[in-house]
Design a protein around this ligand. Sequence first.
Ligand SMILES: NC(=O)c1ccc[n+]([C@@H]2O[C@H](COP(=O)([O-])OP(=O)(O)OC[C@H]3O[C@@H](n4cnc5c(N)ncnc54)[C@H](OP(=O)(O)O)[C@@H]3O)[C@@H](O)[C@H]2O)c1
Length: 297
Amino acid sequence: MSNLILVTGASGHFGQLVLQHLTETLSVPASRIVAASRNPAKLANWAAKGVATRVLDFEQPETFASAFADIERALLVSTDALDRPGRRLEQHTNAIRGLEAAGVAHVVYTSAPNPEGAPLLLAPDHEGTEQALAASGVASWTVLRNHWYFENLFLFLPPAIASGKWYAADGGKGSADIARSDLALAAATVLAGTETGKKTYTLSGPNSLTKAEIAAAVGAAIGKPIEVVQIPLEALVQGIVQAGLPEPVARIFASFDTNTEAGRVAEVTDDFQRITGRQPQSFEDWLQANTAAFSAP
Ligand SMILES: NC(=O)c1ccc[n+]([C@@H]2O[C@H](COP(=O)([O-])OP(=O)(O)OC[C@H]3O[C@@H](n4cnc5c(N)ncnc54)[C@H](OP(=O)(O)O)[C@@H]3O)[C@@H](O)[C@H]2O)c1
């Protein structure tokens, strides 16, 4: 049997970090790794290092036979297709059928915390994908319920830093976010390892922090105060629309706050340590390494 590892979504931020951890942190030989993308030209730097690159589009089942051929362990990275409700779930379900048909021995999926019945508008994609995996003929799998990336702050904080006000509708509840690189390390460790069976892990950072705590830390680091202002959910949606996003997307973003208020993302777990044997990076350390990205020009 081959011992090839497949990384889907390999051109994305997460997939790139998984490839880095496989090759550098875990010293997996490039010859054991296959990286897939809808456009493998984006993976030329990995091809130059000896990683095989393949075409894979979850919406083009004709790409599956060659993309999944001889793969032993595969990482199914959830896609970024949020334009139409249910589209991601269709993509992931297609991919699971393809992985099953190809006889891939172990599948790892990047899910989200507490997806069952969550008010987060993205949660049904993850809940449905987990169900599809459980119902499939894939004999062995790992679901990694990834908490939110610290790196999401690169998207949400700049307007708050500019205006000095971070609008929220989360009731001041906390979220146990984690560095994206740590999540990638956990995925790479499962891929490079020999774990079999059917397991679900929830990967959180070391603490649950409120937006007020994050704002205070970032404000102190950049020398500019950021005030968290709690507003009604509908006002948050309209504010995001005024910032230029279509209303359905604004509702998805705002539902992160509803989900936080419902206490769905506050749980701190030790699953990261169980998988990797390491402690996840703290927010303070992450901020210290990334303060320049938030500093005013
Ligand atoms: N936990 C969090 O805080 C958080 C934050 C943001 C996103 N996410 C989720 O985690 C995923 C990975 O994060 P990221 O930061 O790496 O996102 P990203 O940089 O936007 O990458 C998304 C990846 O999805 C792949 N993709 C899109 N459509 C596809 C299709 N039809 N078939 C196969 N692959 C497809 C893309 O691959 P190609 O373009 O190369 O085909 C790309 O590599 C995201 O897609 C999203 O589901 C989680």
